[in-house]
Write a protein that binds this ligand. Sequence first.
Ligand SMILES: CC(C)(COP(=O)(O)OP(=O)(O)OC[C@H]1O[C@@H](n2cnc3c(N)ncnc32)[C@H](O)[C@@H]1OP(=O)(O)O)[C@@H](O)C(=O)NCCC(=O)NCCS
Length: 163
Amino acid sequence: MNALEKYITLHEQLLSDNIKLSSFDNHYYNTLPKEDKELILIDLKKGKYHTILLNSSIKVGVIGYIPTKMDPKIGFLQIIIDPKYRSKGIFSKSIKLLAKEHNLKEVWSTIKKDNIVSIKAHLKDGFKQFSEDKLEQWREVYLLDPDEVRLYKKFSNKEQIID
Ligand SMILES: CC(C)(COP(=O)(O)OP(=O)(O)OC[C@H]1O[C@@H](n2cnc3c(N)ncnc32)[C@H](O)[C@@H]1OP(=O)(O)O)[C@@H](O)C(=O)NCCC(=O)NCCS
C-alpha cells in the first residue's frame, strides 16, 4: 500500500468511525436527488427511519427499514447516501448501526437489476443473494418484480454488540 492509499484508508476509517444515526429529518430527505428517492420506499407509518450524521452534525444520508410481515426483526432496508459522501464505507457502518439500534436479526434489500452500484455495495458488505428458486417463488406471487433481485444479511448477537 503506497502513502496515498494509506492516507485514503485512514481517512475512510476516521469517517466511518464518526457516523451516528439520528431522528429522521423529512426536510433533509427532500433535498436528496429525485432519482435516488425513486429507488427506495419511505413509509413513515410502517417503517422506522433515521438521518445519518457525520461528526454529529453533517447530514450524509437516510436509512431505515420496513418490518417484514413474517418477522418484525427482519426489515426491508431503505438507504440513500448523499452523492458527495459515497464510496467511503458509510453504507456498511450505517447498516450495522441500524441493526444494533433496532435489534434486527436480518435485513433484506430489494434492488433493481440495473442498480449495479447498489448491488456492488451490498455484496461488498457481505450481503448474499437469495436462491433463484426463492426469487422465482416471490415473482410468481408478485412479491418481487421481474427486474428486481433480493439480497439479505444476517446479524449475530455478537455483531450487534461490537461496533
Ligand atoms: C448504494 C449506496 C447506498 C452505497 O453507499 P456508499 O456509502 O457509497 O457505499 P460504499 O462506500 O460501501 O461503496 C460501495 C461501492 O459502491 C460502488 N460505488 C459507490 N459510488 C459509486 C459511484 N459513484 N460509481 C461507481 N461505483 C460506486 C463502489 O464499488 C463502492 O466500493 P469501492 O469504494 O470499494 O469501490 C449509494 O450508492 C446510494 O445511495 N445510491 C442511491 C440510492 C440507492 O441505490 N439505494 C439502495 C436502493 S436498493
